[in-house]
Design a protein around this ligand. Sequence first.
Ligand SMILES: Nc1ncnc2c1ncn2[C@@H]1O[C@H](COP(=O)(O)OP(=O)(O)OP(=O)(O)O)[C@@H](O)[C@H]1O
Length: 369
Amino acid sequence: MATVELHGIRKSYAGGVIALDGVDLTVGDGENVAILGPSGSGKSTLLRIVAGLEDQDAGSVRFSGVDQDGVAPHERDAAIVFQHFALYPHLTARENITLGLRHGLGLSKQEAAARATDIARRMQVEALLERKPKEMSGGQRQRIALARALARKSGIVLLDEPLSGLDAQLHAVLRLEIASLLRSIGATGINVTHDQLDAMAMADRIAVINHGRLEQVGTPDELYAAPASLFVASFIGTPPMNLLDVDDAGGHSAFGSVRGSASSVAGQLTVGVRPEHLRLDPDPSAWCLSGRVALVEPTGADRVVQVVTPSGAAVAFRSSLDRTPRIGETVTVGAAAGDVHVYSRGSGLRLGDAMSSGLSVQATSVVAA
Ligand SMILES: Nc1ncnc2c1ncn2[C@@H]1O[C@H](COP(=O)(O)OP(=O)(O)OP(=O)(O)O)[C@@H](O)[C@H]1O
């Protein structure tokens, strides 16, 4: 059993940099949570605080209910795998794995060897055990680094961008392997990444961090279906959600009109719709927009098409292979009201979708290009 509870974690650095600004997060036993955010958002700082490699200015870290204040990193029930993992170059893979078990955990030579063999079998790297790091590929070395961390059988496994630097194919294979390994050993995982696809593929829940604050914590499906803020909306989804400001005067966007029931909300709104929710030649009741096709990008399975409206707003939609518009063609695309997200521009927070009560919303007529 291992849980991680973070309460009110704050951390500043010299020069006034606020790296973490009050982070609360609970990771359940056996759960795998991804901390997802852009460069400089505070991800590594948070992980280092959980590992005990850095002290927080305020707040608490608890493992299974026990405050970790004053507990040294090697005494914590956590194994950490860094982005730039370091295997000892003069030792074989087997020796790299057993070294920490013998000296760190105090296991006997036989016990350590048995554990190394067991984890190597599970990770399908038995054939590499007698090789030195320079005799392995980058992906193989990364697997051995993971095996070394997992062999400790810590209740908590902390991963700091463990897949960066690997080629795209290996990256995709390894992230699924890591996720299934963590599940099979029942470890509680915290995994730091700037890659939304890694977070989506590996995690039970994702915590999106921006400027040292968690903006939303939820399952991958929850984050995709209802991004709680403009930041999350623009960060989750490829291509990202189309975001159109509703102009202050009339409450109109190129796309539809929205007014909040509260006057404080009216006139400061942004509407968002995902490219995959926009359809060509839509139902007249849909939220519609027309414009000229500026770019067509084949993905293999479909096309990502960029449309520019007469007012200069650009939106992307996905078109099926059987109806690909040509560059320069005027098209109309539309989305159902339930797929149109409405955000307050002031707070950046999601108010609801275009069917929500409390918002006076409607699709406007199509503007000819
Ligand atoms: N030792 C330090 N001294 C001063 N500032 C620091 C230190 N470590 C981190 N920072 C700053 O704290 C903020 C958060 O850094 P952190 O490394 O946690 O971000 P990150 O999300 O992990 O970024 P990346 O994805 O680029 O690794 C950044 O503004 C960074 O410049």
